[in-house]
Design a protein around this ligand. Structure first.
Ligand SMILES: [Zn+2]
Length: 117
């Protein structure tokens, strides 16, 4: 339960969602920028397009009777990426702002522009 709590905190802090643009800040692919393909909130991990690509041997199928090597993204720890702002193009942290009609949206902490929409 404690571990889950820590993960929830981590996910809350990062606020990264599918289709966000992120930069890798640690690990083998440090400095790479890509689009978030999916986020696993429970594990605190995410998949980023063309980042952390690993080669895997696939089993023979009807299409490829010999089997083969496929390249596929492996998941990254959510703390190893930062969101990249669409407006100022800087890696940034995310803040929240609530509009007058009570919609909460994410803002870039560097330029204060909306990240959503
Ligand atoms: Zn910005």
């Amino acid at each position: 339960m404690i571990i889950l709590g820590e993960l929830e905190l981590k996910v809350k802090k990062t606020k990264i969602r599918k289709d966000d643009k992120v930069i890798v800040i640690a690990g083998r692919d440090k400095g790479k920028i890509g689009k978030v393909l999916s986020v696993d909130l429970k594990k605190g991990r995410l998949f980023v397009e063309n980042v952390n690509v690993v080669k895997r041997h696939s089993k023979p199928t009807a299409q490829a009777p010999q089997g083969g090597i496929i390249e596929k993204e492996a998941s990254l720890d959510i703390s190893n990426v930062m969101i990249v702002c669409n407006k100022c193009a800087e890696p940034t942290r995310i803040g929240f702002r609530t509009s007058s009609d009570n919609i909460t949206y994410r803002v870039c902490k560097k330029c204060n522009e909306m990240i959503d929409g």
